[in-house]
Design a protein around this ligand. Structure first.
Ligand code: AMP
Length: 281
């Protein structure tokens, strides 16, 4: 396994691999790897000759008052995990390598970046789209793997790839959860014992919403959201949003007819948590 910090070096290696007709699977991450990331790496390992993982805490997707500085960076542990999962290449650039002085180019996927998390994290998806585009140009993957934990992110990346003709297939993979339902996240390490218990209200409310739609035949988004709010509200410090959107277009919907994504974002203590569920009627 190679651990590389320079873009040009990755591009040279990839060029050689492409000449040998090797397929390349790519898993972009911010490190602090857990079973969610590992599920993506395993799928990439199964479906490609070469697996590349990037580990980069991308400053461009953090707001000024967010957790960029304290975001966990257990680099050596991550390297060990990648090694034992059969990763071929880790790309771990410095911020300067990705955004040298006088860096000026950003990508915005319009509309989709302004709703849901975009309403509360201004510029977040501009940072995501920009880094993903840069990483695609460096790693040139045939397939790239994203978790449905960040549902809006996966829709935005797919849109960018279509609109900008990137020759890569985007593969979305299910959310990996703890046994008690908590969606795995690198940010879960911030949670105290009580906060972690309270965070379970997210997955519980999503499961309730699914049951209301599937078994109680409730179609009104307003009604479902209000039931979810009752579960979440006493357990968290702030609800950023509880939203129901068309799962393909991310259009907000009033009545549930087709496949929808029910998504929540909250603050527990000082930690922002997101979760979602896809429900088909
Ligand atoms: P991150 O390191 O948080 O930027 O995440 C890197 C990739 O892992 C993204 O595509 C995430 O959606 C995915 N991911 C994070 N947590 C999970 C999870 N619990 N289940 C599945 N995928 C996840």
């Amino acid at each position: 396994m190679k651990v590389i910090k320079k873009s040009e070096q990755v591009q040279n290696i990839i060029k050689k691999l492409k000449q040998q007709k090797k397929s390349i699977g790519f898993v972009p991450t911010m490190g602090a790897l857990h079973q969610g990331h590992i599920s993506l790496i395993r799928r990439a390992r199964k479906e490609n000759d070469i697996v590349a993982v990037s580990i980069f805490v991308n400053p461009a997707q953090f707001g000024p008052n967010e957790d960029l500085k304290k975001y966990p960076r257990p680099f050596e542990k991550d390297v060990g995990i990648c090694k034992s999962e059969g990763v071929d290449v880790i790309f771990a650039p410095s911020p300067k390598e990705m955004y040298p002085e006088n860096y000026l180019t950003y990508i915005t996927v319009e509309k989709l970046s302004d709703i849901m998390c975009g309403k509360f994290r201004h510029g977040h998806f501009r940072g995501v789209a920009t880094i993903v585009a840069k990483l695609f140009n460096i790693v040139q993957p045939d397939r790239a793997y994203f978790g449905l934990k960040d549902f809006q992110q996966s829709v935005i990346v797919k849109k960018m790839v279509t609109d900008l003709n990137f020759p890569v297939k985007i593969i979305s993979s299910p959310i990996v959860r703890e046994k008690d339902g908590l969606a795995l996240s690198s940010r879960n390490v911030y949670l105290s014992f009580t906060e972690r218990k309270n965070a379970l209200s997210l997955s519980r409310s999503l499961q309730t919403a699914k049951n209301l739609i599937k078994y109680k035949n409730i179609k009104s988004a307003e009604k479902i959201i209000s039931e979810m709010r009752k579960i979440i509200s006493p357990k968290v410090d702030k609800i950023d949003y509880i939203d129901i959107h068309d799962a393909e277009t991310l259009e907000e919907i009033k009545y549930i007819k087709k496949k929808v994504v029910i998504a929540v974002a909250v603050i527990v203590g000082k930690t922002r948590l997101i979760d979602n569920i896809i429900v088909k009627r």
